[in-house]
Ligand binder design. Structure first.
Ligand SMILES: *[C@@H]1O[C@H](CO)[C@@H](O)[C@H](O)[C@H]1NC(C)=O
Ligand SMILES: *[C@@H]1O[C@H](CO)[C@@H](O)[C@H](O)[C@H]1NC(C)=O
Ligand SMILES: *[C@@H]1O[C@H](CO)[C@@H](O)[C@H](O)[C@H]1NC(C)=O
Length: 366
């Protein structure tokens, strides 16, 4: 920190006018901001960066007619329908853009590299293309390459469309999970940063007022609900107004999830519980967890490698009371025609991104 200040003061003597200090600070912020792998949501915190003059600033530019360039700031507002060309200086450049464009393998998007710069071209952009566009310098050490976090530039581009104040979504009815331990986002993003947006419950009709602590609105994300409670369940929509008639977003079903985040909760049972040779047995390993969290299973059993078994894994969502929802994931292992070697300890190991839980059951002979 101190070094940075000293450096800045030194530079100030030399380049009094051109904002080099802001530049240095800005780069630091970008680096700290750890753009996630793929950089899809990269954003820059420091609001001062917008109109930095001088050398070394954002390498991300928008190419206008007649070879004019505009450096892109934190946010940019453009008109839909008009093709855009973004450029990023450097001989090895990576890009990120709204995932929407990849999901639909959109041929409107093309990226070309040359030895001096890289170009991203998007033809006939529409309101749906609103989102974060970023580029970064790729640095290589031998065959290992990685993005240079210090040289990552992002701009959130709004394609303002009066007929689509909300960024159109392919999903007409979205589910938003509310968890007691983290903020939830109702993703009604707008195409015009000036739009006034409000959040509404459908039944009973009620406006949820944005207030600085519990409910806030960010046009690039939507409504952010801090530590949401189960009272915020139900069907909601957003309303946006600029001038003229208000527009309504798609609907969002807010569901409260009561299972805390962590390694899976597992139970294992054998059916029937005691068997004799020649019987068939089902071992059912059940995990109760959060709706979006995938679970994988591994089985260990006495006849492993010597006896063929059949394993079937499936999951379903279960409603538990008013809007409380739980995902039930099950792996069923069937052992047919029990033999002596099949008696003993059966172990089910369930794994989710937050950990692993092991349970076992001992199968005894009648
Ligand atoms: C995307 O489109 C390109 C060219 O149209 C094609 O070669 C490629 O296989 C497509 N990828 C996917 C994932 O559909
Ligand atoms: C903020 O809004 C929430 C949800 O409507 C409400 O429960 C809470 O009391 C409000 N807080 C303040 C400080 O107004
Ligand atoms: C094992 O599960 C299968 C499929 O669910 C079922 O058809 C069968 O009756 C079950 N067998 C036992 C012994 O529970």
């Amino acid at each position: 920190m101190k070094l940075w200040v000293v450096f800045c003061l030194a530079v100030l003597w030399v380049e009094l006018q051109n904002g080099a200090c802001q530049q240095v600070k800005r780069r630091k912020d970008v680096g700290e901001n750890r753009i996630r792998p793929g950089g899809k949501r990269g954003k820059i915190r420091n609001p001062k960066i917008k109109d930095v003059g001088g050398k070394g600033q954002s390498l991300l530019t928008h190419v206008l007619d007649k070879g004019r360039f505009v450096r892109l700031g934190q946010t940019t507002t453009l008109t839909p329908g008009k093709d855009i060309e973004l450029r990023c200086k450097g001989n090895s450049i990576g890009w990120s853009y709204p995932t929407y464009l990849d999901t639909f393998n959109d041929s409107r998007l093309s990226i070309k590299h040359s030895d001096k710069y890289s170009q991203l071209i998007l033809t006939s952009p529409s309101a749906a293309d609103t989102g974060s566009y970023s580029c970064w310098v790729i640095v290589c050490d031998g065959t290992e390459c990685e993005m240079d976090h210090e040289r990552t530039y992002a701009s959130y581009i709004y394609f303002t469309d009066r007929d689509n104040l909300f960024v159109p979504s392919a999903i007409h009815f979205e589910i938003v999970y509310l968890r007691p331990d983290k903020p939830a986002v109702v993703p009604c993003r707008v195409t015009d940063p000036q739009a006034k947006v409000s959040l509404h419950r459908e039944v009973p009709p009620e406006e949820i007022t944005a207030n600085e602590t519990l409910v806030t609105y960010d046009p690039t994300k939507g409504f952010i609900l801090q530590s949401p409670s189960s009272e915020l369940q139900g069907v909601f929509y957003c309303k946006a107004v600029t001038r003229g008639t208000p527009q309504i977003s798609t609907k969002y079903q807010l569901l409260y999830v009561e299972v805390p985040s962590g390694p899976p909760f597992v139970s294992l049972e054998a059916s029937p519980e005691s068997v004799r040779g020649g019987d068939n047995v089902n071992f059912t390993c059940t995990v109760l967890g959060e709706p979006e969290v995938d679970v994988s299973f591994t089985w260990s059993y006495p006849g492993q490698g010597r006896r063929p078994v059949h394993i079937h894994t499936s999951w379903r969502l279960v409603m538990r009371g008013m809007g409380h929802i739980t995902r039930v994931t099950q792996s069923v292992m069937t052992v047919e025609d029990m033999e002596t070697i099949d008696f003993g300890n059966y172990i089910c190991k369930a794994k989710n991104p937050r950990g692993e839980t092991m349970v076992s059951t001992n199968l005894i002979s009648k």
